[in-house]
Design a protein around this ligand. Sequence first.
Ligand SMILES: C[S@@+](CC[C@H](N)C(=O)[O-])C[C@H]1O[C@@H](n2cnc3c(N)ncnc32)[C@H](O)[C@@H]1O
Length: 342
Amino acid sequence: MDRGGRRGFSRGASSRGGGMGRGTGRRGGAFDRPAARGGGGFKPNSDWRRNGAATSGGTYRGRGGPSRGGRRGGAARGRGGFGGGGGGAGGAQGRSFKGGSRVLVEPHRFPGVFIVRGKEDAMCTRNLLPGDTVYGEKRVSVESVDSKSGEKSKIEYRIWNPFRSKMAAAILGGIERFPIEPGSKVLYLGAASGTTVSHVSDIVGANGVVYAVEFSHRSGRDLVTLAQRRPNIVPIIEDARYPARYRMLVPMVDTIFADVAQPDQARILAMNAAYFLKTGGYFMISIKASCVDSTAAPAAVFASEVENLQKERFRPLEQLTLEPYERDHAVVIGSYRTAAKS
Ligand SMILES: C[S@@+](CC[C@H](N)C(=O)[O-])C[C@H]1O[C@@H](n2cnc3c(N)ncnc32)[C@H](O)[C@@H]1O
């Protein structure tokens, strides 16, 4: 790994049609400068980097910043959007984004992901269900004018908090490939209440589907409620260790995203890939080192998980740790059943 152990594997561009590697090719510096990446230079609020929790101006009170005492924010202000509060699925209303009087939304180089620029910049996805919030996240509306008819309409975006979503953290951290795009079919393992699933639902849009697997019935209830509002989410309340149990619900998919935080997560991913991932499809796995081996150094855990993936016909292409958003976590992204370049 280079960059102090933060990034690993090849840095070559992906060739998957239009979905990844689009854009300038401008690549990032160190993790403390995520501003230079993405949709032309996203500059997150400096408070994110300093302590993971904002002190003013309505920024994220996210979870788990690197210099905080604990892993999570306090209960009263720790989850949800800006300025405290927030709520669970279907809970608090999102409040307006404090981007100043004028905000501009630009496409990120990954299709389906956007950057809202204003007084504070933030990453966001286009809300599939305008007016609706999922976890108390902020929303921002911008007016769009149809170039032909001149008709004006509003487009709504939902702010995507990297302290609450490892997928968002990976994008902001500067991954080179993001194997999810509008129209994708995604199998999502470890959906929880649907925080990140909801953003994947925004990204894949009406022509894509997210098959969201979660074995906790408590989280599953929120997930089912979410799927009732969002028709492109198929909630599957099952143990991801037994993909045969849901084989009737899931077709072959383009991408599997795994965030189950289990010691045998590579095996869980492999079992699901054997059933559902198309040849040449992509995987993205979030690895929490302490879940796999709490006694080993995180870098050693990541390396051994990569070896496990390779044994299962996965071809890891990229690895990135998730600081400053998550400590001792890495994501690995790669392809399935593709030959390694000689
Ligand atoms: C880290 S959380 C996922 C957070 C979620 N991906 C997000 O970003 O909003 C891990 C989730 O995986 C679920 N999980 C763990 N093992 C599982 C299994 N074998 N099958 C299905 N879900 C599992 C847990 O119940 C938990 O909700």
